[in-house]
Ligand binder design. Structure first.
Ligand SMILES: Cc1cc2nc3c(=O)[nH]c(=O)nc-3n(C[C@H](O)[C@H](O)[C@H](O)COP(=O)(O)OP(=O)(O)OC[C@H]3O[C@@H](n4cnc5c(N)ncnc54)[C@H](O)[C@@H]3O)c2cc1C
Length: 374
């Protein structure tokens, strides 16, 4: 059993910033990530980031991961466990971790969940065929392992992720047959949409994916036009030739461990699904458990970094490492940066989500009632 002051689960931008902040105040921090390379989504991002300049917009995601990781490595009171999958938290607060084939136990005084998000999918006939991927999987194949996911890909979803991954496919000399988007508008930034349109890729708004065709692998995809009520327009079905389909249809916060901990969770569609209720210091309804980043609601890396910093600061403060006057000052600085980040039109959905969270009914999932046989 290893005792530590603060355990941070997840080494994406939120977790790295949380761990760096807390350890720079002197707290003993253990950061755990199931991947070989800490950085979370950032390690797959070869494009220059959008978002807040103060949070490194203009720098490539992969480089931001390196900068954040180097900062953490420089802190003498921080340790990083790679390939460490946190799979459980027992009632006595002990974490169960699968690490390189061994079962490890950790007893932290404070816990920060920065587990990120999981991709959503579309269940249509044929969507279980080899060659149907989530956008994250396509990026991992191409940008981390240098593997082509196919030769001609149909992209589903014209949000930022669908548009950016389409562009990265084109950069890797992989054809993009079309981008299919159910709503009437392109959801991502126009700059990304214009780039791929200029390269000859049609963006079919008001269209949906009906079926993926093929027997052993993807041979094509059937799409059709839909109206505002998502009703298929007669006579508009058509098959598009492709050997891979990439689903970029949204992300959902990864909250399994927070459910296990008994955190109060609320369904907030603007934040991507179930998220934990938390206070302004990112502490959940369970004392000593904090959340940050996409696990707290789907947003961007800029917000994830700031929330991570806030959670790390609060956890270090709760352990007595941050003098009260410094804590109050830095907390309000970060809160004001977050406020500015979310104040423009792109922050509209998040603002609505956070407002809804304040008044939403909460649930605490109880898997097995006390006394019930397992
Ligand atoms: C294609 C694409 C383009 C993007 N472009 C931009 C952009 O330009 N600008 C921008 O600001 N944002 C961008 N984003 C969004 C940004 O990448 C995310 O918002 C950000 O990475 C969220 O950070 P996070 O730390 O919360 O989660 P993640 O980056 O997802 O990190 C979570 C980490 O937790 C680990 N983990 C999860 N569960 C466990 C467990 N049980 N045990 C151990 N480890 C665990 C995972 O391995 C992962 O490393 C983009 C996202 C995508 C997919």
């Amino acid at each position: 059993m290893l005792d530590c002051e603060i355990a941070v689960v997840g080494g994406g931008p939120a977790g790295l910033c949380a761990a760096a902040e807390a350890s720079e105040w002197g707290a003993g921090v253990l950061l755990l990530d199931r991947d070989r390379m800490p950085g979370g989504q950032l390690v797959k991002q070869t494009h220059r980031f959008f978002g807040s300049e103060a949070q490194r917009a203009g720098t490539r995601g992969i480089d931001i991961a390196g900068i954040l990781h180097d900062r953490l490595e420089a802190s003498p009171s921080a340790a990083v466990w790679r390939e460490a999958d946190v799979v459980a938290r027992y009632d006595d607060g002990v974490l169960g971790v699968e690490r390189r084939g061994r079962w490890e136990k950790i007893r932290p005084q404070k816990l920060i969940f920065a587990t990120g998000a999981a991709e959503k999918t579309l269940a249509v006939p044929g969507s279980d065929l080899p060659g149907v991927y989530g956008a994250g999987a396509v990026q991992t194949l191409m940008n981390v392992h240098g593997v082509r996911p196919g030769h001609r890909v149909l992209m589903v979803g014209a949000g930022n992720i669908g548009l950016i991954v389409s562009y990265q496919l084109l950069q890797a000399e992989i054809g993009v047959a079309a981008v299919v988007e159910a709503t009437r508008e392109v959801g991502g930034y126009w700059v990304h949409a214009s780039k791929i349109r200029r390269l000859g890729v049609p963006i079919l708004t008001g269209h949906t994916l009906l079926e993926v065709t093929g027997t052993d692998f993807v041979r094509g995809a059937v799409v059709a036009e839909i109206d505002e009520n998502w009703k298929i327009q007669p006579g508009t079905r058509r098959e598009i030739e492709c050997d891979a389909v990439c689903l970029a249809v949204g992300l959902g916060p990864l909250g399994d461990l927070m459910w296990q901990c008994g955190c109060e969770m609320a369904w907030i569609s603007e934040l991507g699904g179930y998220v934990p209720r938390r206070n302004e210091e990112m502490e959940t309804s369970v004392e000593g458990i904090y959340v940050a980043g996409d696990a707290a609601g789907i947003e961007e890396a800029s917000a994830a970094m700031m929330e991570g910093r806030l959670a790390g600061l609060a956890a270090a403060h709760a352990l007595g490492y941050v003098p009260p006057h410094q804590f109050t000052r830095i907390r309000s600085e970060i809160a004001s940066e977050l406020y500015h980040l979310r104040s423009g039109p792109t922050g509209d959905v998040t603002r609505r989500g956070l407002a809804a969270l304040r008044g939403a009914p909460v649930r605490r999932q109880v898997l097995v009632e006390e006394g019930e046989p397992c």
